[in-house]
Design a protein around this ligand. Structure first.
Ligand SMILES: C[S@@+](CC[C@H](N)C(=O)[O-])C[C@H]1O[C@@H](n2cnc3c(N)ncnc32)[C@H](O)[C@@H]1O
Length: 302
């Protein structure tokens, strides 16, 4: 995929299309997979995938690992298979979910550029298991952040603390070379502006790893009608910090196309994939006015 390729929106099962994309193309992979609802996902793989195998196509060797990296050896010196086996025996509901995600995450790792970053958007039911497995899969040294997106809307539980946040796990391909530019991120108001100088208050502060942000307003400009649509403000920070203009961004659980909409606004290029025809229909509407977008059926918009 040369750098002058158009932005692409592909209607397919992502696992079928990802192997057709070139190694190391993407500076950012943002994934917002369907949450684990308890329904068993179709198993795509029974083999214990390790990233070194996914990247090279090699069979696992007893002691292989990527040069200069601890990616395959998990924490406490355990290997990925061992951690995976222990964890998934503990919760077979998560086993189904991980069997769905694992081969896709292996592809995400292959597709990331050496300075690239993965953002995996999860909810509280998956985040902790996924963190342990990603530490083992990517390497603990590649873990960058756990972002908390906090919001406040809808009904509130009375018998426990109402759960009003999502978790976004952030992993880099290479801890020595990843791209992160905090100066490119929109700043936010100080909570107590009276405690800082007027100049600082005027400038605003850098966001931390806890992001208070409203959901997509049911009456707002952004709303596409797609049920799981994420706010552009969340994606905007991610794209600003972890990519430069002209970089390629991938979202293969694209839904309404929020990642692509933000990428286009910020001058990044993108590939979006979704298997749901309704998602594709929503994206056709959303990208009508965006130049240089090609849908996988060959219909070019611009
Ligand atoms: C939570 S939604 C993503 C919402 C998106 N972030 C947005 O802002 O609109 C997850 C999406 O993954 C898609 N999906 C689920 N399994 C898929 C698969 N195997 N291949 C491609 N897309 C898939 C669903 O159709 C759904 O649109």
């Amino acid at each position: 995929m040369p750098h002058d390729e158009p932005n692409r929106i592909i209607h397919a099962d992502n696992l079928a299309v990802l192997p057709t994309l070139p190694d190391g193309r993407f500076t950012l992979v943002y994934l917002d997979p369907p949450f684990n609802t308890g329904r068993a996902q179709a198993r795509q793989s029974t083999r214990h995938v390790r990233l070194s195998d996914a990247a090279t196509g090699d069979q696992p060797a007893a002691d292989d690992s990527r040069p200069g990296s601890s990616a395959i050896t998990g924490f406490a010196g355990k290997r990925y298979e061992r951690i995976r086996g222990d964890l998934l025996r503990y919760d077979d509901r998560f086993d189904d979910y991980w069997a769905f995600l694992e081969p896709r995450l292996a592809e995400a790792w292959r597709l990331l550029a050496d300075d690239g970053t993965l953002y995996l958007h999860l909810d509280y039911r998956e985040a902790h298991y996924a963190k342990v497995l990603l530490d083992a899969l990517f390497g603990r040294a590649c873990f960058l952040n756990e972002l908390i997106w906090a919001y406040d809307y809808g009904a509130k539980a009375k018998r426990k603390w109402p759960t009003k946040h999502d978790t976004i796990l952030v992993y880099v391909k290479n801890p020595a070379t990843y791209w992160f530019d905090s100066t490119a991120v929109d700043r936010e108001p100080y909570m107590a502006p009276g405690l800082v100088t007027p100049e600082k208050a005027e400038l605003g502060k850098l966001p931390t790893d806890v992001w208070w942000h409203t959901i997509v307003s049911p009456t707002g400009r952004e709303k596409t009608g797609y049920p799981t649509q994420k706010p552009e403000g969340i994606l905007r920070r991610i794209v600003q910090a972890s990519t430069r203009e002209g970089d390629w961004v991938l979202d293969f659980f694209a839904g309404s196309g929020t990642t692509g909409a933000v990428a286009a606004t910020l001058g990044r290029r993108f590939v979006l994939v979704d298997e749901n025809p309704e998602a594709i229909a929503v994206m056709r509407g959303r990208f009508t006015d965006v130049a240089g977008v090609v849908f996988d059926d060959g219909v070019s918009q611009s």
